[in-house]
Write a protein that binds this ligand. Structure first.
Ligand code: ADP
Ligand code: ZN
Length: 607
């Protein structure tokens, strides 16, 4: 077995890192010893290194099975840019290109060959049997399972490969958090006594926050100032409908922010174009429906906003997981509203799996409503326990203040009772705040004793209190009867038996409000700005340099260096090529290739 030093020096030489992430070393050692392994790591956990490093160290070539051509391309570009000979064999190549590539493989000029599952099976008895294969890596291994969301029938035949190459180690990798899928992958791939590595699904660099019940105008304003505060940083806004993606884009563009929509109503070409512009940092913001982000590896997505409530925590976690893959801080913000709960509830009812989807929605709401650490709730959902708060979510940073909400609860529930539990929250809010809306006038609700008794509280606060009562079980909403509100037996105890209700105060200070102070740290989102010692002008100059280099080489900027490397450079300011090579994330090849241009740029900023 190779000694640890050889592995570390190879890690530094090829990837520029000096320490392994959890399990990476153990996994690499399994493979180097010729054994199979199964790896579960969250997105951004560092799965690729686990097969890329042994591929470079063991004689022969590694076969990497990958489901999407765009993902293959990204990885191949990144490997080549770091001086590791990689290529992709797929249907996008011409016959001539394919022959050339096969010749390169036979001549030992390729160390990592990415293939689609179809291609792997098609070439099993030809190309693959003529070359020395050092390992098989099955990336996105959950595609093999019908239980997973991205089932790919061609993956299901991959166990044939396992049998055809009995002496070559197999490594299956996935980021799926779903237990049923995990078991299924192991069974279907037929791995040989694999060691199973399950790393934590926590992504500590992602900050979590939720903003409750806001008027559309305020929501849009909040998003604009959030993006202003994230000057030049890439981000995704997930919306529920195509129409919303377009509206939000328009709103942002009118404000001078380079935003584009991405949804199923666009042609494949249009979508590819938008995706490429985003990957190359030409478009800053993508407003997308759920599908966006699957086929890209872009490591410098710095924030994710959910304009609407997602349908489940799985979906939510997968979507926020697209941010901060480089390990640098990234922000996530979820807008939570009563209207979205109703909408998602409807989808659940129409889905044909009402009970399951209602339950999923309920868990999603629990996260949004949380008065304890949100990360604890998320990880708990995926079967992990956390003993303390994370200090990187809005609840930890600004713990909710409880107060006696009995009177508020009684007012709201008696408005419901006095109208025979006939109306939805919106009408009840009209009654409480004393507004003469159409339903109030049509039904003479202004005659009620409760009319206007809650004038001192704003409409949005009333809606928030109603949601709290709903989640604590004091009221219920009958979704299939115009969302009318009914008081539960628990609620009746508050109305008639003097039971007390604890409520949580709405905190409105969680949003960055000023768009003027672009570089000033915002107390609302600590971690958003880099350490004090960093020179922000130098960072910006390095970012521009990276952008120019990327344009010259027709490559995404993050493939040249991650944001994390740029931040390190702006902080440490190396003035020699050797010192440049010591920066985490700078390998030997990139040191030689980019050392002098970056050092020259840094010299201009050091007095
Ligand atoms: P995954 O495939 O699990 O989503 P990647 O392999 O793309 O994750 O790795 C995510 C990021 O972490 C990449 O930018 C990668 O270079 C970086 N990374 C991987 N291993 C290490 C390490 N040992 N130290 C520092 N960064 C690492
Ligand atoms: Zn927390």
């Amino acid at each position: 077995m190779m000694s640890e030093d050889i592995l570390i020096s190879a890690l530094k030489r090829y990837f520029g890192y000096t320490t392994f992430r959890p399990f990476q070393r153990e996994i690499i050692q399994e493979i180097m010893a010729g054994r199979d392994a199964f790896v579960l790591m969250p997105t951004g956990g560092g799965k690729s290194v686990c097969y890329q490093l042994p591929a470079m160290l063991i004689p022969g070539l590694a076969i990497v099975v990958s489901p999407l051509i765009s993902l293959m391309k990204d990885q191949v570009d990144a490997l080549c840019a770091a001086g590791m000979p990689a290529a992709a064999l797929n249907s996008a190549l011409t016959e001539k290109e394919q022959m050339q590539l096969e010749a390169d493989c036979l001549a030992g000029r390729v160390k990592l060959l990415y293939v689609s599952p179809e291609m792997a099976l098609a070439k099993m008895h030809s190309l693959l049997s003529h070359i020395q294969i050092n390992l098989f890596a099955i990336d996105e291994a959950h595609c093999i399972s019908q239980w997973g969301a991205d089932f790919r029938p061609e993956y299901a035949r991959l166990s044939v490969l396992r049998d055809a190459f009995p002496r070559v180690p197999f490594l299956a990798l996935t980021a799926t958090a779903d237990k049923v899928t995990r078991k299924d992958i192991l069974r279907q791939l037929n791995l040989h006594h694999p060691q199973v590595f399950i790393s934590s699904f926590d992504r500590p660099n992602l900050s979590l926050s939720v903003v409750k019940e806001m008027k559309k105008r305020d929501k849009d304003r909040a998003i604009r100032s959030f993006i202003d505060a994230h000057h030049h940083q890439s981000g995704i806004i997930y919306c529920l409908s195509r129409q919303t993606t377009e509206k939000v884009c328009e709103m942002l563009r009118a404000h001078g922010i380079m935003a584009k929509p991405y949804h199923a109503g666009m042609t494949t070409e249009e979508r590819t174009e938008v995706q490429n512009q985003f990957v190359r940092d030409v478009v800053q913001v993508i407003c997308a429906t759920v599908a966006f982000g699957m086929g890209i590896d872009k490591s410098n997505i710095r924030w994710i906003i959910h304009y609407n409530l997602p349908s489940s925590l799985e979906a939510f976690y997968q979507e926020i997981g697209r941010a901060g893959r480089d390990g640098a801080p990234a922000q996530t913000m979820l807008f939570y509203s009563y209207a979205d709960v109703i909408q998602q509830g409807k989808f659940a009812d129409e889905s044909g799996q009402r009970e399951m989807n209602r339950e999923r929605l309920r868990r999603m709401q629990q996260y949004a409503e949380a008065s304890i650490c949100r990360r604890r709730i998320l990880l708990n959902y995926f079967g992990e326990e956390m003993a303390t708060g994370c200090q990187n979510c809005d609840v930890c940073k600004c713990p909710p203040r409880h107060f006696d909400g009995t009177i508020l609860a009684q007012k709201l529930m008696s408005a419901a009772k006095r109208t025979d539990e006939h109306y939805d929250i919106k009408v009840l809010t009209d009654i409480l705040t004393g507004s003469f809306s159409a339903p109030v006038r049509d039904n003479h609700l202004e005659m009620l004793k409760t009319f206007g008794v809650g004038r001192d509280v704003s409409r949005t606060d009333w809606q928030d209190y109603a949601l709290q009562l709903l989640h604590m079980g004091y009221i219920e909403i009958v979704y299939d009867e115009r969302n009318r509100v009914v008081v539960t037996p628990l609620g009746e105890k508050v109305l008639f038996e003097g039971a007390k209700v604890q409520m949580v105060e709405q905190d409105k200070k969680v949003l960055p409000t000023s768009s003027r102070k672009k570089h000033a740290p915002s107390p609302a989102f600590p971690g958003l700005y880099m350490p004090m010692e960093e020179d922000p002008d130098l960072y910006e100059a390095l970012r521009q340099l990276r952008l120019r280099l990327a344009e010259d080489q027709r490559m995404p900027p993050y493939i040249i260096f991650s944001d994390k490397v740029l931040h390190e450079l702006a902080r440490i300011k190396p003035l020699s090529i050797e010192a440049f090579g010591d920066i985490s994330g700078v390998g030997e090849y990139k040191q030689n290739r980019y050392g002098s241009v970056f050092v020259d740029e840094i010299r201009k900023y050091v007095k």
